[in-house]
Design a protein around this ligand. Structure first.
Ligand code: ASP
Ligand code: MG
Length: 419
């Protein structure tokens, strides 16, 4: 029997009616001839409630007990889903992570999946079980303790099962009907994509498109798991949602597939740092140690060359999430106090945002950056920092222009039309 993995997020299993609705979709796939592995999240809001209880009980909690508590939301959904399927005469049973077993590292609350031995579930499929309902987000450490995979981790559970069981596809049911060219709340011209390449989805996910956990996309790309994102609140057809797939499966590809943004960014500049070997390491080492996620980095060209002018200075600018600014400032000031770095001034701008255009088509097309900059110029938006990769161009701009910039770029790259 071909195997299908179907994952239902928290809003898709938020109450008994919705679990029934999800179970109907599972039954339809069983009737199409699949053995199905269903991965469930906790009912929406449940995990947050559990995390709250842990924090209230023990602010400096033991991470093993945190995992014991927060993994429990998924257990309830798995059992209820299995019961619902049984009521529909679909042979189903629930599996907690440790029963499969889904083996992980012992990094509690952020564990990584090591392996998923198939034999237990395969044996039950062999005995006539049609649906294995697996609690997402949880696993078993080498020490025999329950682990969790990090918030949003059920997506990663689903992809890992699809890879381990050679599933034909991994369908991720959620409350949106696919991946869009940009956030539909910012422009009504945003269009649902029929297909998107793994690499593009990875960029969009790490830029904050909340629809898939970034790690799940990495895993899907590595094992070439075809992922489909679709709504559990709509009738599903074979073409519903967005297929995240290998770029070879994408026929026509636009130069740019999507415009992403990250609202809460900050820009920090060290004015007149010494321009000498080791200065970047001296700045970014302490930032990394402090857990600051540095994103864009720009070092200005010095007027004088270090070899002839050891006294030369330059400016160093970087961006990081707004809520990490205090940590970043402290790390830099501490490094200065310890005489590891010297500079004349630290300038912090917390009113910026990052806008990115993403597309695999960029690899083979020139002029994408020029088109992006021209569109921003036409709106009189000043660019503060630019960075590029093979399939992405990002700029830092004033936050007040965020919506305008997204709309302008969506228009400039003609994303509202299909071809
Ligand atoms: N229930 C977990 C969370 O809310 C895992 C998941 O739903 O993916 O983060
Ligand atoms: Mg999720």
């Amino acid at each position: 029997m071909p195997i299908l993995v179907m994952k239902f997020g928290g809003t898709s299993v938020a109450d008994l009616d919705r679990i029934r609705n999800a179970a109907e979709k599972v039954r339809a796939e069983v009737e199409r001839g699949y053995d199905v592995i269903v991965i469930v999240s906790a009912m929406s809001g449940k995990t947050n409630e559990l995390v709250g209880w842990v924090n209230e009980t023990s602010p400096m909690f033991d991470a093993r007990e945190y995992d014991a508590v927060v993994s429990s939301g998924e257990n309830i959904t798995a059992g209820l889903m299995s019961l619902t399927l049984q009521e529909m005469d679909v042979p189903a049973r629930s599996w907690q992570g440790w029963q499969v077993p889904l083996l992980t590292t012992s990094a509690h609350s952020a564990a990584r999946i090591e392996s998923i031995p198939r034999h237990n579930i395969d044996q039950k499929f062999g005995e006539g079980m049609k649906v294995a309902v697996v609690a997402g987000f949880q696993g078993l450490s080498p020490e025999g303790r329950i682990t969790t995979l990090g918030r949003g981790g059920s997506d990663t559970t689903a992809v890992a099962f699809a890879a381990a069981f050679d599933a034909e596809r991994c369908d991720i049911y959620t409350d949106v009907n696919g991946v869009y060219t940009t956030d539909p709340r910012i422009t009504s011209k945003a269009r649902k994509l029929d297909r998107i390449a793994f690499e593009e989805m990875l960029e969009l996910a790490s830029l904050g498109a909340k629809v898939l956990q970034t790690r799940s996309v990495e895993l899907a790309m590595r094992y070439k798991v075809r992922l489909r994102v679709l709504s559990s609140f709509e009738e599903s057809t074979p073409n519903s949602g967005t297929l995240v797939c290998d770029e070879e499966e994408i026929m026509e590809s636009k130069v740019v597939s999507g415009v992403a943004y990250s609202r809460e960014e900050a820009k920090i500049t060290l004015v007149s740092v010494e321009d000498r070997p080791g200065i970047a390491a001296a700045i970014f080492g302490p930032l990394a140690d402090a857990g600051v996620n540095v994103d864009m980095i720009v070092q200005n060209i010095s007027e004088k060359d270090y070899d002839d002018h050891p006294e030369a200075v330059t400016d160093m600018t970087f961006s990081c999430p707004n809520d990490q600014v205090a940590r970043a400032e402290k790390a830099i000031l501490d490094a200065k106090a310890a005489d590891q770095i010297g500079f004349s001034e630290l300038v912090v701008d917390t009113d910026v945002c990052k806008i990115s255009v993403v597309g695999i088509g960029m690899r083979s097309h020139a002029g994408v950056a020029a088109r992006m900059f021209a569109a921003l110029k036409a709106e009189n938006i000043n660019i503060k920092v630019i960075s590029t990769s093979e399939i992405k161009i990002s700029v830092l701009i004033d936050r007040k222009y965020m919506e305008l910039a997204v709309q302008a770029l969506h228009d400039a790259f003609e994303l509202e039309t299909n071809s």
